[in-house]
Structures are given as C-alpha cells and as structure tokens.
Design a protein around this ligand. Structure first.
Ligand code: PHE
Length: 351
C-alpha cells in the first residue's frame, strides 16, 4: 500500500525535478523517472495487481490523481522551457528599431539632364522635332559637310579625340566636336523622306554629348550642346531671333531678358553670330552673357543637305547646355557637374 502522503511526496519530488531541468533533454530524462516504463508511477500501477478489488479501485484512483498532477507539472515545465527558448531567440535576433537606418537615398536627375529635358519640351512645344545622333562621328559629317574641309584653319578651333578606327568608306572616326553634324544627318534624312518639291520645313533640335580637347573651370572635355535647325523657303535671321527669344524666356521663366547678335565666324553659317543675353534684374543684371553660336546656314551646307540654296534658306544655332544650366541656377564652376559630389547634386533633386 502506498499512502496519500507518499503520493504527495512523489508529486512534489517530480515538480522539483522538472523545475530543476534547464533544457528539454533534462526534462525528458526527469520525466522517465516518474512516467517512463521503469518510472515510479508505472511501478505503483504494477503493484496494484496484488491488491484486492476494493483497495485496487481506491489506490488506483489515488495513483491516477498523482499521475495527472505529475503530467500537468511536466506539461507546464515544457511550456515554460519552450517559452524561454522563444524569448531567448527573439532577444538574440532582435532588431533595434531605435538604431538609425542606413536609409534609402532618393535619387534625382542631374541638373544638366533637367535642362536637357526642359529644352526638349520647350522646343517641342514650338514645333521642333527632337533628333539624336552618334557621338562617334565620321570626319566628313563633323567637318567637311559643314564647310570645314581638310586643313581648313577652323578645324583647329575644335581639336578632338580620334578613334583608332575608320568607317566603311575609310574615313577617320572621331568624337564629335559639336552637335552640328546632326544638321547634316537630320536634313539629309528629311530630304530623302519628303523630296524637295513639296518639302515641309526642317525644324529640329538635336541635344547630346560633345567632345573637345579642353579642360578648365569653364571647359570640360565632354560637354553637352543642343543644335537647332530651321530650313524652309523663307526662314530668316528674324525668325532665329524670335525663336531664341521665346526659348530663353521659357527656359529662364522670366521675360526681362535682352538678346543681341554679335558678328562672329563659323564656316557653316554666313552671316554668323554669337547670341548674347542680358538679364534686366537679379545678380547678373546688365552683363552681356555669351550663350550660343548661330547663323544663317551657309549655301555649301544647304547643298550638302541635298537642297538647292537658291530655294532653301534658314538658320542654325548650337548652344551649350552646361552654360545655360549654370546661368539658370547660379553655378560658378563647370567642374561641379562632373564631380559626383552629392552635396552639390542633391540640391537639384526637388528643383
Ligand atoms: N557648332 C558651333 C560650336 O560648337 C555652334 C554653332 C552651331 C554655330 C550652329 C552656328 C550654327 O561652336
């Protein structure tokens, strides 16, 4: 016979052993001493066989209560260990939400690209197509077609980088020194498409990268220009002034801008001009600023477009995108555009 006290003692002992088990494995070992095949409870159950039916029923019930109590204690300890393990894992893998993040930096468009896009939008809205062409250009299109034959002194104004290759006609290839070769490419394609008899006017701008052997605070070996070309049967320098004035007012978003044409020389225009502009107010007030080369397209160049210069006439201009961007934002050094300094670039993200 086992007394109630003995059973209570057994339950207490089991609770203690379970409490003392620090790991799931310890706990399972402890369990075996009470509930396992050769555990205390199992042994007591076996002992019932020798008792008479009345005692067996009473003892059996008591042993069962003890067994249930031990099982409960076991389950409680299992739960506690599992919970403790979970907490430990959570603590170990915890993310400190108060730590400063590395963050997602917001990107933005480069100021030169912003200008490029604005220029396209403005000219598009006043009826100009937008064309792009190759930065590696052939010698004929970059120079000869634009009335600067081999050994013409004007070529030395535009020294460039030559590519160690020739095109299929054996011509030297080079990095284009200006966007003017796009006059030739676009005009020839236009004439080919429409023929000259009922040709709609050629009205195009061609923005893009250009290259020269030049590097200081106001010159970079790579820079951006946009070419403008309008060719028709009666297009004059007055139209150039009208178009360019409209462009400047819209680009700078102000009307108090004056323009002047200063005589100049380019092989591919005659007459040629530098376009200067002046703000009537603000920090640059009253200073003439040179912003573009321009002129009436030279008859030889019109002929190279595939058109008769007796019938077709027009103007071209080529402006630096960096220069316009510097004036718009008040930037003093061209090299800032290419330094990749985020302190500079981030100022334009919301501009
Ligand atoms: N291509 C000239 C330059 O880069 C600019 C220009 C273009 C001048 C068109 C006249 C007409 O300096």
């Amino acid at each position: 016979m086992t007394t109630t006290t003995q059973l209570q003692e057994l339950v207490r002992e089991a609770r203690e052993r379970f409490e003392a088990s620090a790991t799931a494995a310890d706990l399972e070992n402890a369990k075996a001493s009470f509930l396992g095949k050769s555990g205390a409870i199992t042994a007591l159950m076996k002992g019932l066989a020798t008792l008479d039916p009345q005692q067996k029923r009473e003892q059996g019930a008591e042993i069962n209560l003890a067994k249930q109590a031990i099982e409960q204690a076991l389950q409680a300890r299992r739960d506690a260990l599992a919970e403790a393990e979970l907490q430990a894992r959570l603590a170990e893998q915890a993310i400190d939400v108060t730590l400063d993040g590395r963050g997602q930096r917001r990107g933005g468009l480069h100021p030169v690209v912003r200008s490029w896009m604005r220029i396209e939008a403005i000219f598009h809205s006043i009826g100009f197509e937008v064309a792009e062409g190759p930065e590696i250009e052939d010698d004929w299109t970059n120079f000869t077609a634009l009335n600067s034959p081999q050994d013409h002194p004007a070529r030395s104004m535009q020294d460039t980088f030559y590519v160690d290759l020739e095109d299929e006609r054996g011509q030297p290839l080079l990095l284009r020194t200006h966007t003017s070769p796009m006059q030739v490419r676009h005009a020839r394609a236009h004439v080919e498409r429409h023929g000259s008899a009922a040709m709609p006017d050629i009205r195009v701008i061609a923005p893009g990268r250009t290259y020269r052997v030049d590097s200081d605070a106001t010159h970079s070996p790579m820079f951006h220009q946009f070419e403008g070309l309008w060719i028709g049967r009666r297009v004059s320098m007055a139209d150039l002034k009208g178009v360019y004035t409209e462009f400047l007012h819209r680009f700078f978003e102000r009307d108090d801008i004056e323009l002047r044409f200063r005589p100049s020389y380019f092989p591919f225009t005659e007459p040629s001009a530098e376009i200067d502009m002046m703000f009537d107010s603000g920090p640059l007030k009253g200073r003439w600023l040179e912003i573009s080369g321009a002129g009436q397209v030279h008859p030889t160049v019109v002929r190279n477009f595939g058109l008769d210069p007796e019938q077709f006439i027009g103007f071209a201009f080529g402006s630096g995108i960096e220069r316009l961007t510097m004036l718009r934002y008040g930037i003093g050094d061209l090299r800032l555009f290419y330094g990749s300094d985020l302190r500079f670039l981030e100022q334009f993200h919301a501009a």
